[in-house]
Design a protein around this ligand. Structure first.
Ligand code: NAD
Ligand code: ZN
Length: 277
């Protein structure tokens, strides 16, 4: 058992609390990882606010990290101690119909199909002050050590800088993949991106890589604009600078609206705006 620190979410609406926790060794088919870096995705914040009623508290959140394998359970063959890895908040069992389908990677062991508050054997590896603490999406990256199923771990290049590649665990793949794989943005097209957080900035990068000629980035926080321009945005607009709805502004800027519109905020209202744009 390893004693280390973790940011524990004790209850909905309570701030995270850094505590000493015990992390049990990995059982068969599991991997214990020393987390080196973690991002903070807005989904962690939604969860802390209680937006996902299936998540059980107390819980160790975080799902966008990178680390080094510390030890492996019986039967694990794809990684060994010392390997650099990214834990996968969307597992890849490699056997279900979704994993075998080239058009999808939405593994049926994902949290939509199977609760991930405990590891697959229905027990937890985390305890704190004598209480059992739940896992989150099987990855729980807000801990110095975490235990995950082998099929929720990807081995990465030994030279990868963990403080940067941790973003591949969620935000980057979500945004970049939305542009490249889901929307399949075409060269010369126009795109609008609502929200320039980790996800939205990654959409900007995806649109740029796909050859979009106009990339309109929208955010109410103008401090996001310098980074968006650096990554490929051609126009940055703040809805608070206009009296009319921002989708009307975008329609005027483009003549008839954009070819592709991405909502990367998480509001029903801006989803509707995005569709109008
Ligand atoms: P973030 O908080 O880092 O970024 C959100 C951005 O939206 C901020 O820059 C904020 O200023 C801006 N914003 C807020 N309200 C706005 C408004 N009314 N108009 C314009 N801009 C506004 O969030 P993130 O981590 O990038 O995540 C974005 C959303 O994507 C969240 O809802 C998150 O839960 C979701 N998400 C989904 C997946 C997935 O489905 N796979 C993965 C990651 C994140
Ligand atoms: Zn996320």
């Amino acid at each position: 058992v390893i004693r280390c620190r973790a940011a524990v979410a004790w209850a909905v609406g309570k701030p995270l609390s850094v505590e000493e926790v015990e992390v049990a060794p990995p059982k068969a088919g599991e991997v214990r990882i020393k987390m080196v870096a973690t991002g903070i995705c807005h989904t962690d914040e939604h969860t802390l606010k209680g937006s996902f009623p299936n998540v059980e508290f107390p819980v160790i959140l975080g799902h966008e990290g990178a680390g080094i394998v510390e030890s492996i359970g019986e039967g694990v063959t794809s990684v060994k101690p010392g390997d650099k890895v990214i834990p996968l908040c969307l597992p890849q069992c490699g056997e279900c119909s979704f994993c075998l389908n080239p058009e999808s990677n939405f593994c049926q062991k994902s949290h939509i199909s199977e609760p991930q508050n405990l590891l697959p054997d229905k027990t937890t590896r985390f305890t704190c002050k004598g209480k059992q603490v739940h896992h989150f999406l099987w990855v729980s990256t807000f801990a110095e050590y975490t235990v995950v199923p082998e099929y929720a771990v990807a081995k990465i290049d030994a030279a990868a800088p963990l403080d940067k590649v941790c973003l591949l665990g969620c935000g980057f793949s979500t945004g970049y993949g939305a542009a490249i794989n889901t929307a399949k943005v075409k060269p010369g097209s126009t795109c609008a991106i609502f929200g320039l957080g980790g996800v939205g900035l990654s959409v900007v990068m995806g649109c740029k890589a796909a050859g979009a000629s106009r990339i309109i980035a929208v955010d109410i926080n103008k401090d996001k604009f310098a980074k968006a321009k650096e990554l490929g945005a051609t126009n940055c607009i703040n809805p608070r600078d206009f009296k009319k709805p921002i989708q009307e502004v975008i329609t005027e800027m483009t003549g008839q609206g954009v070819d592709y519109s991405f909502e990367a905020i998480g509001h029903a209202e801006t989803l509707v705006g995005g569709i109008s744009a």
